[in-house]
Design a binder for this molecule. Sequence first.
Ligand code: HBI
Ligand code: FE
Length: 288
Amino acid sequence: MADFEHVFQSPPEGAAADWTISQNWRAYTQVEHDTWDTLYARQMEILPGRASDAFLKGLSALDLNTGGIPDFALMNPKLKALTGWTVVCVPGLVPDEVFFDHLANRRFPSGQFIRRPDQLDYLQEPDIFHDVFGHVPMLTDPDFADYMQAYGKGGQRAQSLGMLKNLARLYWYTVEFGLIDQGDGLRIYGAGIVSSASESVFAVEDPSPNRIAFDLERIMRTDYRIDDFQQVYFVIPSIEALNDATLEDFGPIYDRLKGQSDIGITAIQPYDRVITRGTQTYADKGGR
Ligand code: HBI
Ligand code: FE
């Protein structure tokens, strides 16, 4: 796959000091616009009844299905009016401190590029479909909007305390791979799931993964895998509860974490509230 493992060390040619670049919307090709439409249509076959109400409501509020890749000049005023967030373009993965600085200022950095037609099912680096379709709808929710900003501020602090590995796990198991108990069933709100056709089904329906009630400190101790479907998902009771959990000072939590071991991906702890105990059949058979 092209050059997704390439992380720039300093802003590349043509990028600003904060690593942003122009979306240059008029330069997208018809093939690229068609890729967006294909991915969008495919997810809309799958997500009703699986994605959270918050996600689906945000998606329709942003009107991202007007044909082709959304033009940020048209999308941003709607998003800004709802929660004060805007989306900016970056070339790809940016350094952690750059990423956190954008989030702390209610700017979400999105990859400018879209995956190639032969990469519809999987690519490792975040493209505009993952970033905009996956992440931006949740940024229309006021509680989630605050949570993401708090993560940006918390990231800066965690980095200075040497605790970024632990905080990044919270991001992974909520923003990227979170499930929510809506009352009428488990639903997806994590961007890594909603932007993947196969994981959208797996995450809520497959008997393989563990599904465990959200526990902030427990999540910060839990490893994760980046190469295949998750083997454990954590379930929040509400977005408000997620945001509330991050209002407390993480300093004492970090102090406790330093004396504790990491928790394996499939391990279940005595204190876990297990929602579904997974068979792990998918991973045991070798996964992807
Ligand atoms: N850069 N563009 C982009 N998108 C991300 O999601 C991202 C990033 N840089 C760092 C990063 N994520 C994470 O490693 C931090 O959340 C820890
Ligand atoms: Fe993401």
